[in-house]
Design a protein around this ligand. Structure first.
Ligand SMILES: Cc1cc2nc3c(=O)[nH]c(=O)nc-3n(C[C@H](O)[C@H](O)[C@H](O)COP(=O)(O)OP(=O)(O)OC[C@H]3O[C@@H](n4cnc5c(N)ncnc54)[C@H](O)[C@@H]3O)c2cc1C
Ligand code: SF4
Length: 496
């Protein structure tokens, strides 16, 4: 600690965001470029380096947070980058996209604003690229063993990078035309610009990982062929089977799933198409679902120039402060959070139906109605109590030309005769791939990782799963492993 009283002398300051008026006119990240590095050393110095760093435990990757806070406060960026990459393959992703449960566990957060851990992580990641510290790390020698990774989201990428670095020959199969999983075609560029992804993929290619995109395993290449060709197979296929809303009027035109809508906006940003065929421009948009996916639809619809946008959340509005009895420190509490997209909606007053930030809480959809041409024109909604019973007299009608369903996901997609059937995989009741503590499915040599097995989750968990699965695969192939495994039976937080 450069200043042992940093936590007393310095107030929390976050990475400044661009003005709402400026940022909704483009798809660039919401942050002011270059504004983080000048403040971050002092912010890192707010870390108390407390005896028991609960933030370690709160981070699924076991990131060595007080260590790198200390190094950043002393401007030792090289050592900070080493410590950060010891536990996290892709800190520029989590530094932008993670909801930062570590900050809820920060000891300072007991009675003061937490250390800006996520911002410090992003700064170290960006500085390490800027300073040329992320040179490819190809293995010294090859093991002669081969691994197929199916799916190139954060779980597949983390597993592939770890296994490549351990000396195995790794091929990543991805059905999309570009690698990245939900970080590519789900998450909008204003949350994370895609050049961060490109840079990591280039590093991985230079280390020896091979990518085969536009290949659907189970259709373009059979699961048996894959098993015959490779010594081990890692299924990192995500959990993208979306939940439906079977209500009267669901068949009307103009009602789409969020993951039908968001990829088009991302393809526009990639320069693949000029405009989205589902663009919200000039439309009254209603988003059903109060989570992150819904917020991404909100920010996207605002940028596309929607006439109005309202987001429906079935839950009551959470409180502004942690409920100390139900969710005491250091847990990650359910509190009212204002994402950048909500901040934009709030300032621009994009919803005529909601008081602020475009969200209607405790709101349950009743039905959709449309015009003679079969297009949706209105969504009928009612307020509900905690048991989801309608509150009498609260039913209302919202104008809706575009309805986006963001109700979550149940597990990996299943097609008859597809990958899961071909391999004869066991599936849990909740729809995820069954596996044991070693990340192995019921088929020997076939492993399951990330959202596909954990269920819909977070990028930080996907990276943790990928790292741990790589350790399990390495052990299965060679009888031992030196790879780090933040979760699971080989829980070893350090090195590689
Ligand atoms: C819109 C949206 C926004 C989100 N925002 C955030 C956020 O801000 N922060 C956060 O932490 N988390 C966020 N999440 C969650 C996060 O993106 C996921 O938890 C994470 O991407 C899961 O990683 P994964 O590697 O397990 O799967 P995915 O990222 O889903 O990747 C799976 C990949 O497998 C491919 N695939 C599937 N089947 C096959 C096949 N048969 N053959 C070849 N390839 C196949 C898919 O095309 C996909 O690319 C968001 C999710 C969504 C939907
Ligand atoms: S990955 Fe997430 S939880 Fe871990 S240190 Fe970074 S922001 Fe915190």
């Amino acid at each position: 600690m450069a200043d042992p009283k940093g936590f007393l002398n310095t107030a929390r300051r976050e990475w400044p965001r661009r003005s709402v008026g400026e940022r909704v006119k483009d798809w660039d990240e919401v942050y002011v470029p270059g504004a983080l590095l000048p403040i971050v050393e002092q912010q890192a110095d707010r870390c108390m380096d407390c005896g028991i760093p609960f933030c370690h435990d709160a981070c699924p990757l076991g990131n060595l947070i007080p260590d790198w806070n200390e190094l950043v406060s002393r401007a030792d960026w090289r050592a900070a980058a080493d410590r950060l990459h010891a536990t996290n393959n892709f800190p520029e992703f989590t530094g932008r996209l993670c909801p930062a449960p570590c900050e809820s566990g920060c000891v300072l957060a007991i009675n003061q604003p937490a250390v800006t851990i996520k911002n410090v992580e992003a700064a170290i990641a960006d500085r390490s690229w800027q300073d040329g510290l992320n040179a490819p790390r190809p293995p010294d020698r090859h093991s002669g063993r081969t691994v197929a990774v199916v799916g190139s989201g954060p779980a597949g990428l983390a597993a592939a990078q770890q296994l490549t670095r351990a000396g195995h020959t790794v091929v990543v199969y991805e059905r999309d035309d570009r690698a990245g999983g939900l970080m590519r075609y789900g998450i909008p560029a204003f949350k994370m610009e895609k050049h961060h992804l490109e840079r990591r993929l280039a590093q991985m290619r230079d280390e020896g990982t091979v990518f085969r995109t536009s290949v659907t395993v189970g259709r373009d290449i059979g699961a048996d062929e894959l098993r015959g060709r490779y010594d081990a197979v890692v299924l990192a296929v995500g959990a993208t089977a979306w939940r439906e809303l079977d209500l009267p009027g669901r068949e009307l035109d103009g009602i789409h799933q969020a993951m039908e809508y968001l990829p088009f906006a991302n393809h526009v940003c990639e320069g693949d198409i000029d405009t989205s065929p589902l663009s919200a421009a000039g439309k009254h948009v209603v988003i059903v679902g109060g989570g992150d996916t819904g917020a991404d639809c909100l920010g996207t619809a605002v940028r596309e120039g929607a006439a109005s946008v309202t987001q429906l959340d079935i839950y009551e509005r959470p409180g502004d402060l942690r409920d100390e009895l139900a969710e005491p420190w250091p847990t990650y509490p359910k509190i009212y959070r204002l994402s950048p997209a909500h901040e934009e909606a709030d300032e621009l007053r994009v919803s005529p139906a909601a008081d602020a930030d475009a969200r209607l809480f405790a709101a349950s959809t009743l039905r959709f109605t449309g015009d003679a041409a079969g297009r949706v024109r209105a969504l009928h909604v009612t307020e509900v109590d905690a048991e989801r019973r309608p509150r009498p007299g609260t039913a209302r009608t919202l104008p809706a030309d575009l309805v986006l369903l963001a109700l979550g996901f149940s597990g990996p997609e299943r097609t008859r005769g597809g990958l899961v059937d071909q391999l004869g995989l066991d599936v849990e009741d909740r729809g995820t791939l069954a596996r044991d503590a070693d990340f192995t499915t019921n088929v020997p040599g076939v492993f399951a990782t990330g959202d596909a097995a954990r269920g819909q989750s977070l990028i930080v968990w996907a990276i943790a799963e990928g790292r741990a699965t790589a350790a399990a695969v390495d052990r299965w192939l060679t009888g031992e492993t030196r790879l780090a495994a933040p979760i699971g039976p080989y829980d070893r937080p350090m090195t590689a």
